[in-house]
Design a protein around this ligand. Structure first.
Ligand SMILES: Nc1ncnc2c1ncn2[C@@H]1O[C@H](COP(=O)(O)OP(=O)(O)OP(=O)(O)O)[C@@H](O)[C@H]1O
Length: 216
């Protein structure tokens, strides 16, 4: 199975992916931050590096989708064996519908670059299957800010409220119109699953409920 976690910068996707993986015995597919050759430059000069960064993320996310597809094919080739589940920390859909779109809409990415990007994305989409379950972590700006600060990556500290707020708006639109499969929305403003076992138990309860729908 393929489980995906979606949500804004600092929403807590990586932490949740790791907790779920430990609980269910899943494999985590991480977002490439360490070793990302563009991310720090992008935050320092967005117009210069927007297209480069989007192509980098699109390619790395597509590579993950290929890995998931190969695993799903192996699972269906040996139906008796234990199914391998992967949990993905952010999806290819967010790159296009949220990050790249935002950069185009706010004038950071020129139209021709955005159109080239979209054409590449649409081509890739013909090879991509949506996740069996999408988990959206909804968080308001103060919560995101707090977590970005706590994580302390120097290049993320200058992210503006406007950038974060625009992304949040697009995330809400994305979640509101998502129709590619089951979607579980977790309001993480009120949840501290990293530190409170009762909150994590509540997340598990909700994931279990959705997973039983999915596997039915
Ligand atoms: N398509 C994209 N365009 C621009 N920036 C991106 C894109 N995808 C990811 N990023 C940035 O890369 C970094 C990813 O960091 P990380 O994997 O820790 O995720 P995060 O979004 O901060 O998640 P979380 O705190 O929820 O785990 C963030 O600064 C994020 O905004």
């Amino acid at each position: 199975m393929h489980i995906a976690i979606t949500g804004n910068i600092g929403a807590g996707k990586t932490t949740l992916a790791e907790l779920l993986a430990a609980h269910y015995g899943w494999e985590v597919l991480y977002e490439a931050v360490d070793g990302n050759p563009y991310l720090a430059d992008f935050y320092a000069d967005m117009p210069r590096w927007a297209f480069n960064l989007q192509i980098y993320f699109l390619n790395s996310r597509f590579a993950q989708m290929k890995k998931i597809l190969v695993s799903q094919q192996a699972n269906s080739a040996s139906p008796g064996s234990q199914a391998h589940t992967m949990v993905q920390d952010r999806t290819i859909y967010e790159d296009a519908s949220i990050f790249a779109r935002n950069l185009y809409q706010d004038g950071t990415m020129p139209e021709r670059d955005y159109f080239t990007y979209r054409n590449l994305f649409e081509n890739m989409m013909s090879m991509v299957r949506p996740p069996d379950l999408m988990i959206y972590l909804r968080a308001d700006l103060p919560k995101l800010r707090k977590q970005i600060q706590k994580r302390g990556r120097s290049f993320e500290q200058a992210i503006s409220n406007e950038y974060l707020g625009n992304l949040n708006q697009l995330y809400e639109e994305f979640a509101g119109s998502y129709n590619l499969g089951p979607l579980l929305i977790l309001d993480v403003n009120a949840l501290d699953y990293a530190n409170k076992p009762a909150d994590f138990a509540e997340v598990i309860r909700q994931v279990d409920a959705r997973m039983s729908d999915v596997s039915r």
